[in-house]
Design a protein around this ligand. Structure first.
Ligand SMILES: Nc1nc2c(ncn2[C@@H]2O[C@H](COP(=O)(O)OP(=O)(O)OP(=O)(O)O)[C@@H](O)[C@H]2O)c(=O)[nH]1
Ligand SMILES: [Mg+2]
Length: 447
């Protein structure tokens, strides 16, 4: 039996309006008791809200939405009274007395999801819209809420289903020597699917940056100017800078924003061989930061050039994280500011001390974030979505290999089934209970 949940849906504190939200089978009875008579369906009803002794707790508007045309898909009641801490609490207590229980965080959205009112992407978009820090993130969350991201995921799922049907028909009729679909047709369709999946991964990647920002780690040998760069970007003396190598031993973090995109800067201890216990720990932590970053700024001293040690370091970086090489101290090496691509990544010649080339770095960071004339057309995304898209892409690639290299239609079909499940995890069409409760528990109460 489904129970009835309730919560204060407005922020706690003083405000002109405070809302108690109720969802479940008791909503109509609660409305009738508190308002003194049955409220009109989907209508606005101005009434006194009554206590158990018939006293008026407050007066306000009751809105009653019978199922299934409500946010949660259940009977929903909203009592809109005044937004004082005590008065709204009295109203909530009255609703609890009448048999409802307090909702867990995100439980209204969870019920909306279970009753098919929203998919998981849209439910997450509500939480993201509420917590958006920038106008760009709010716009993107709103587009996700309207179903833009879900539509694109669902279109890919449909294509995968079509492909699987073709492949499974080929398996069923293989003994009768009926060749319905040539390998070439299947391969072409798979390639086309991979291109679309990649494009969705790119867009979702940008959406994730809008939500979470980009983590940029500054690394390099001691004394090359890493902390000086952090201070310059953060616009204050966040880190200690000295001419002594090994000044920074801890991980330092500063949060800035570039054109509305949050950037999480991380300054680290200089990477080199050391016997100092504290420095070794700093270096170990620096490597953890490297692995968790979205972009590595590898700084070198331009007077010393690009040495064997640095070439060794860069080889140890995770292959899928982009690296930008900053050749610093050009005021001493006599070089001019410059940006160019070389085999190791983009190189930028700068001087943190004089400011030369820092405009190039700024523009480069914007490009790396994916900022090209604004963010319109994007939707918000989470790491969870990116991981699922990546898994789907890997399964499609495996399926394609099975087909092309081993002509194994059965195994290709199996990989595509896994790819489809990964995609359906994003919208919640294929999701475990445990994942659902993990997602909804991060929402706030009343949502
Ligand atoms: N001439 C010149 N000196 C610089 C420049 N950038 C930094 N320095 C100096 O280089 C020295 C080291 O700078 P830091 O920012 O502490 O270097 P770091 O890479 O953080 O060093 P560790 O924390 O020891 O790894 C300081 O004396 C800075 O003033 C630059 O562009 N030109
Ligand atoms: Mg430092």
């Amino acid at each position: 039996m489904i129970d009835t949940i309730c919560a204060i849906a407005t922020p706690l504190g003083m405000g002109s309006i405070g809302i108690v939200r109720v969802s479940g089978p008791l909503a109509a009875d609660i409305a009738t008791t508190i308002c003194g008579c049955f409220p009109p369906r989907r209508g606005v009803y101005f009434r006194p809200f009554l206590s158990s002794t018939g006293e008026t707790i407050d007066q306000g508007i009751a809105l009653y939405f019978p199922k299934p045309q409500s946010f949660t898909g259940e009977d929903v009641l909203e009592l809109q009274g005044h937004g004082g801490r005590v008065v709204i609490d009295l109203l909530l207590t009255r609703v609890l007395e009448l048999g409802a229980r307090l909702a867990r965080p995100g439980e209204f959205s969870e019920r909306a999801f279970i009753n098919g009112k929203l998919d998981l992407l849209q439910a997450e978009a509500i939480a993201d819209l509420i917590s958006s820090d920038t106008a760009a993130a709010a716009r993107a969350a709103s587009r996700s809420l309207q179903g833009e991201f879900s539509r694109q995921v669902n279109t890919l799922v449909e294509s995968l289903i079509d492909l699987r049907m073709c492949i499974e028909a080929a398996i069923d009729f293989s003994e009768e020597n009926v060749n319905f679909f040539s390998d070439t047709v299947l391969t072409t369709s798979l390639t086309e699917l991979q291109v679309r999946l990649k494009s969705l991964q790119d867009t979702a990647g940008k959406g994730r940056l809008l939500r979470d920002g980009m983590t940029v780690v500054i690394v390099g040998k001691p004394n090359v100017g890493k902390s000086s760069l952090l201070n310059h970007l953060a616009r204050f003396e966040a880190a200690i800078v000295t001419e002594i190598p090994g000044t920074t031993r801890d991980v330092l973090r500063e949060h800035i924003s570039i054109d509305g995109i949050p950037l999480h800067l991380v300054d680290t201890a200089g990477l080199h061989e050391s016997d100092d216990q504290i420095e070794c720990e700093g270096i170990r932590r620096a490597w953890l930061e490297i692995e968790a970053s979205d972009l590595i700024l590898m700084m070198v001293d331009d007077q010393l050039g690009w040495t064997i040690q640095e070439r060794g370091l860069i080889k140890k970086f995770p292959v899928d994280i982009p690296v930008t090489i900053l050749c610093n101290k050009i005021d001493l090496s006599g070089q001019k500011p410059l940006i160019f691509d070389d085999v190791y990544g983009t190189k930028i010649l700068i001087s943190v001390k004089t400011g030369a080339g820092l405009d190039l770095l700024h523009e480069h960071l914007k490009t790396r974030i994916g900022y090209q004339g604004g963010w319109d057309g994007e939707f918000i995304a989470r790491r969870r979505h990116l991981e699922a898209l990546k898994r789907a892409a890997e399964f499609v690639a495996l399926g394609s290999q099975q087909l092309n290299n081993f002509h194994s239609v059965e195994l290709a079909a199996e990989e595509l089934r896994e790819a489809q499940n990964s995609l359906m995890e994003i919208t919640g069409r294929f999701t475990s209970e445990e994942l659902l409760s993990r997602i909804f528990s991060t929402f706030c109460i009343g949502k």
